[in-house]
Design a binder for this molecule. Structure first.
Ligand code: A3P
Length: 317
């Protein structure tokens, strides 16, 4: 059988870019990945077959994935008598990520974990760009929820998150370099702008399949968007009891409540082998936090790129 361009790129040596001092990023179909994520993302592209009943939560890192994991799980597993799920489980464990949990090789061998997830009503998360995963995502009627966030808050959140990693202890990622790299697209799963636009375009052309929501609008009016999510996923919040349920979900998934659950404050490392502890997914949970650490020149630089990249599509930040 003849090999296609896509096959060639799956198998060939990727272009490499220096990112942080000890780390390089590798190019795959116009996006950048750490070595570990390159391997698992390729495996996802090669083997992942969504089911029509799947809900795929897609996001660029640090845009509110953990929050959406808690929300989507709560919306689709409503139980009026049980509030303990989010008390006992970290959202990262309730909704596994394709690249981080399911298509990694187990430490002890070759087995892939993707069969461990129940087949019906799955919610699966991915950071893979739509441009890369579109064949799989379009192969059936699965639903996609994409969350995005202001690029400056996203970068600042990523920057803080990575500082917690052991690898960065002796080798800090300078904020100025981080801003330059982010603007040039050199960031894991980046360019951020292409990532956002890929899913946004899809949501505009297939609104029944892809729901696009921003971190900021969720913060501003969570109940409206929880109800919107319920409707989109085929489990609307109806009547007075629906309103109460939506309100309850908003509260249980709020930053204040979630970040204070013992499991989410834990400094334990997830079983999945993820290199950062459970508590690293909760920091400040605010809109506009970039003002606390980005200088005016950095803000101007990112704003310039944001206008350039998003303007033509009619999307604004
Ligand atoms: P900050 O670092 O700005 O605080 P992700 O889950 O995609 O990794 O994103 C992490 C960001 O979402 C962090 O932002 C984290 O604090 C914030 N976050 C986590 N849970 C949240 C919640 N329930 N509500 C709002 N923000 C939340």
């Amino acid at each position: 059988m003849e090999s296609t361009n896509s096959d060639n790129q799956l198998n060939s040596s990727p272009e490499k870019q220096k990112w942080c001092i000890h780390q390089s990023l590798y190019e795959f179909h116009g996006f950048w990945f750490t070595k570990a994520y390159l391997e698992t993302t390729k495996r996802v592209v090669e083997t992942f077959k969504p089911l029509p009943t799947d809900v795929i939560l897609a996001s660029f890192p640090k845009t509110g994935t953990t929050w959406l994991k808690a929300l989507l799980y709560s919306i689709t597993h409503r139980s009026p008598h049980d509030d303990t799920v989010l008390t006992l489980n970290h959202p990262q464990e309730l909704v596994p990520s394709l690249e981080t949990n399911l298509y990694v090789r187990k430490r002890d061998g070759e087995t892939l974990l993707h069969d461990d997830v129940a087949k019906k009503g799955r919610i699966l998360a991915t950071h893979a760009p739509h441009q890369i995963l579109q064949d799989a995502l379009n192969s059936c009627d699965c639903k996609i929820v994409y969350v995005t966030r202001n690029p400056k808050d996203t970068l600042v959140s990523l920057w803080h998150f990575l500082q917690k990693s052991k690898e960065f202890e002796d080798d800090p990622w300078e904020l100025e370099a981080a801003v330059d790299q982010f603007c040039n697209g050199i960031v894991p799963f980046g360019p951020y702008y292409d990532h956002v636009l890929g899913y946004r375009e899809e949501s505009l052309s297939k609104p029944h399949k892809v729901l696009f929501v921003t971190y900021e609008e969720l913060k501003e009016n969570p109940r409206v968007h929880v109800k919107r999510l319920g409707e989109f996923l085929g489990c609307p919040f109806l009547g007075e009891s629906g309103e109460e349920q939506a309100e309850k979900i908003v509260k249980l998934c709020s930053f204040e409540v979630l970040s204070n659950q013992e499991i989410n404050k834990s400094t334990e490392f997830p079983d999945s082998g993820f290199p950062l502890p459970y508590n690293s997914f909760f920091r400040r949970g605010e809109v506009g936090d970039h003002f606390s650490c980005l200088g005016d020149d950095m803000i101007q630089k990112i704003d310039g790129v944001t206008t350039l990249k998003f303007h033509a599509s009619g999307f604004h930040y």
